[in-house]
Design a protein around this ligand. Structure first.
Ligand SMILES: [Ca+2]
Length: 461
């Protein structure tokens, strides 16, 4: 008996040691957080076979792809502020470009991970501006986006681009295709830095939250020639609905973003303009896709895949010539719908879900996946239940705000109202391209009433 007691006393510290090790092991689920600016869900894995995105497609096979995720604002700054602070801008008066404006004093997503003992790194465009949310990072953010002109994402490398400088802001043309290496542009440099960080982080005795933000396919469409060459220009299909929706309210407008770049003497919204713009957007996607592939290969080489949650997201949708609109900046479905893929150790793979989610849900989701306590200010809801059961319907609705308009998306409808009492309603089942506004149809009176109530209730809370 005495021997047994001695053995027990001898084994007790070992037991606690093992428990501790177990806890350490549990803490060490890293996060690789990949943001792709202005990427709409038009990728191979989203059923767009004409877009060459083999690496992101492969990631989707290793995780869960969300078909119905909606941004909270169709604009970089406010969408990122919302996603990273976990608060919707729906009740905010104006357009909050920074998380400090939208959610003063509230802890951001990367800061929550830092507080939980993670080593946090920011490469490229995560927050809209390099100085935003700065306390979240363990090191000075690596971002050339707001840096000196020769280094930022507007820098062109094709000789003839010099002939196309816009007088008003000295920006270059809206596209170019020079024969240069991947790391000539900022995204290639962001990729190189991220790969070097992964190698460094793999040796550290600390879990990491590594954020990597690419600026393409955001305008201007600058990508190495080889990515343009992946597409035959004559095979590029244009939008079928190059006209405004029938009965569109005056409040529905396009974005003026293309006006920030020189048009290279190509007439806006001409056939040639549509073709080149689509070609440029796709080339930029393939460029970023190749960079994503290099990062994921490094993760595998370092044998970190089983210890890392990977989330890949876009900050909002994009109009690629539908309704003759370009870029984001309105409340059409194409502006609201964003891509999201989450690959987490131990979770389902090669799964797609139609459950409704919002970008503000990423914050609580990552906390739950990593086993970190949620700050109590969060407005989003974890999508882990959807990852476990992708057939669930998810949220009842998603909410988006742009200037004085607010919008709600349900499984069947997209409804938007403006402060000036204009409104638009689309039946996404019958009219997925949103070609006919039915808000004023007598048959839709009850539906408009129901969706208005849903929207106003969300606004109050
Ligand atoms: Ca953006």
């Amino acid at each position: 008996m005495k021997k047994l007691k001695l053995l027990f006393l001898f084994l007790l510290p070992l037991f606690f040691f093992l428990c501790d090790s177990q806890q350490d092991e549990e803490l060490k689920t890293n996060v690789l957080f990949i943001a792709i600016d202005d990427l709409r869900p038009e990728l191979g894995c989203y059923g767009a076979e004409h877009v060459k995105s083999p690496n992101i497609d492969l990631l989707s096979e290793q995780g869960v792809l969300f078909n119905r995720v909606y941004c909270q604002a169709p604009h970089c700054g406010p969408s990122r502020s919302s996603l990273l602070s976990g608060i919707s801008p729906l009740n905010y008066d104006g357009i909050p470009l920074k998380p400090e404006e939208l959610a003063p004093g509230k802890i951001t997503l990367p800061a929550t991970f830092k507080k939980a003992g993670y080593y946090t790194i920011n490469n490229g465009k995560i927050f809209h501006q390099r100085e935003d949310g700065k306390l979240a990072w363990s090191e000075e953010p690596f971002s050339l986006v707001n840096g000196p002109k020769e280094n930022n994402h507007l820098t062109f490398h094709e000789k003839k681009s010099e002939n196309y400088i816009l007088d008003k802001n000295q920006r270059g043309p809206f596209f170019e295709a020079p024969d240069v290496s991947d790391n000539t542009y900022i995204d290639g440099q962001t990729c190189d830095k991220t790969i070097a960080d992964l190698k460094r982080l793999a040796k550290m005795d600390q879990p990491f939250f590594l954020a990597c933000g690419f600026v393409r396919p955001h305008l201007p469409f600058y990508a190495p020639k080889k990515y343009w060459d992946m597409y035959q220009r004559q095979e590029i299909e244009l939008a079928k609905n190059r006209y405004k929706p029938k009965n569109a309210p005056v409040a529905l407008k396009g974005s003026g973003e293309f006006g920030s770049y020189h048009d290279r003497n190509i007439e806006y919204n001409s056939d040639q303009f549509h073709i080149i713009s689509r070609h440029g957007y796709y080339a930029c996607i393939s460029y970023v896709d190749a960079l994503v592939g290099r990062i994921l290969s490094t993760l595998d080489e370092l044998e970190l895949r089983d210890k890392t949650i990977i989330v890949l997201w876009g900050d909002h949708g994009w109009n690629l010539g539908e309704h003759n609109f370009w870029s984001k900046h309105n409340l059409l479905y194409t502006s609201k719908n964003a891509p999201l893929i989450i690959s987490a150790p131990g979770y389902k793979k090669n799964i797609k879900t139609d459950g409704i989610a919002e970008l503000i849900d990423i914050y609580p989701t990552l906390c739950e996946l990593a086993g970190i306590d949620l700050p109590n200010h969060l407005e989003g809801k974890s999508v882990v239940p959807l990852m476990k059961n992708p057939k669930q319907t998810g949220k009842k609705a998603a909410f988006t705000k742009w200037r004085n308009g607010t919008s709600v998306t349900t499984t069947q409808f997209s409804y938007t109202q403006w402060d000036n009492e204009q409104r638009m309603l689309f039946d996404l089942e019958k009219d997925p391209e949103e070609n006919q506004n039915i808000a004023e149809n007598p048959d839709c009176k009850e539906k408009v009433k129901e969706l208005t109530k849903l929207l106003n209730n969300r606004k109050i809370h």
